[in-house]
Design a protein around this ligand. Structure first.
Ligand code: PLP
Length: 369
């Protein structure tokens, strides 16, 4: 018999079915000793249904496993799908916290609006994380810089081949233990500048976290790998001059006179790591500028000594310095800096996330109690 756990809403109560085939303690410990990224999954998952006539209903925590889909499910044909990515951190006192889940909830709502999907209320979103973590708390690793990556996602499940917004949608949450992103010191990035492919255009869905944007980035990412680069930087689709973002991270330039510059565009993802870093920068007295930044401005700024650092940021790697940006026509090599701002911001942000540094903005939220 499923146990009933109350949710914040009176009308939405999770039915919990425990996984009878959960990993043994030994199996789990073996995975947590070297989890890698996105390869292993916890024992449970969250599943909430939505329909045009019934709204959000039937919230469940159930054993992790395959999802049954009709071959005509709209997502398989028209990619009506959105997702999120955030982490749960094990603090020294044993508790489990996450970072700014309300911001991920708000972004999922914006993505859903763009993809004509239903909006999941913020408290349902945060409750769904809490339900999964309470079922799978032992899966949150405790080694330095490790975490449990949480992947909420929502897609059109209705079996219908007409092109219109689906009337039946499901929301899921799965989780995957993640090892330290860098082992043996932080490796600065070499970035491939894509001029052949763009990721998104004005009025498109570039600001939404939806699979199609990642599908559009893969061939350019392959080009990056072929050129010994770890990431690809996309330029704006209209003029091919202005910085947008990397395949899976935002980009920031640091000036000698204490400014943090980052691209503004309606076709890039509004990164929660970026927003947090800009806030921490302002707290330190940096000026932040979100505006159009051209490749020429970056190159000339490095040549004149005005731009002293560049870094990428996102949930997965937090902050990673950029060493070089290149393609057949462009090469920008960042100078060596004695005390990089990027690394000290990284230290502060991860300190807040893991409970080592005071959380003065109230960003961390407890999930295991
Ligand atoms: C395309 C893209 N841009 C930016 C980011 C950074 O967003 P966040 O800091 O919320 O993880 C991500 C995800 O990490 C991403 O996939």
């Amino acid at each position: 018999m499923p146990i009933q756990l109350p949710m914040a809403q009176k009308d939405l109560t999770f039915a919990v079915t425990r996984n009878e085939n959960a990993k043994t303690v030994e199996e789990r410990e073996q995975i947590l000793a070297d989890p890698g990224f996105g390869q292993h999954f916890t024992d449970h998952m969250v599943d909430i249904c939505w329909s045009e006539w019934g709204g959000w209903h039937r919230p469940r925590v159930q054993p992790y496993g395959p999802i049954q889909l009709d071959p005509a499910a709209a997502v398989l044909h028209y990619a009506q799908e959105v997702f999120e990515g955030l982490k749960a951190y094990r603090w020294a006192d044993g508790s489990v916290r996450t970072f700014r889940p309300d911001a991920n909830a708000a972004r999922l709502q914006r993505s859903a609006r763009r993809l004509a999907l239903p909006e999941l209320p913020t408290d349902y979103f945060v409750d769904s994380l809490r339900q999964l973590i309470q079922a799978d708390a032992d899966w949150v690793p405790s080694a330095p810089e490790t975490s449990l990556y949480i992947r909420p996602f929502m897609f059109a499940k209705e079996a219908f081949l007409g092109v219109r917004a689906a009337k039946k949608v499901n929301y899921y949450v799965i989780a995957s233990p993640a090892g330290a992103y860098f082992t043996g010191g932080i490796q600065p990035l070499e970035i491939w500048l894509s001029t052949h492919y763009t990721r998104a255009g004005h009025g498109g869905m570039g600001a939404a976290k939806t699979g199609g944007n990642y599908a559009a980035s893969l061939v350019a990412q392959q080009e990056a790998y072929e050129n010994d680069c770890q990431q690809v930087l996309f330029l704006d689709a209209e003029e091919g001059k202005y910085l947008e973002e990397l395949g899976g991270m935002n980009v920031v330039l640091v000036t000698r006179d204490g400014r943090l510059l980052t691209p503004e565009s309606d076709s890039i993802l509004e990164g929660i790591t970026l927003d947090s870093i800009l806030q921490l920068g302002r707290d330190r007295g940096f000026t932040t500028e979100q505006r159009r930044i051209s490749i020429d401005e970056w190159r000339e700024g490095v040549e004149s000594g005005e731009i002293v650092e560049a870094f990428a940021c996102g949930t997965a790697a937090v902050i990673t310095p950029i060493r070089q940006l290149r393609n057949a026509d462009v090469e920008i090599t960042m100078p060596e800096v004695a005390e990089p701002v990027s690394l000290s911001l990284r230290e502060e942000l991860t300190g807040i996330q893991y409970g080592r540094v005071e959380d003065r903005h109230g960003w961390t939220v407890r999930l295991d109690a």
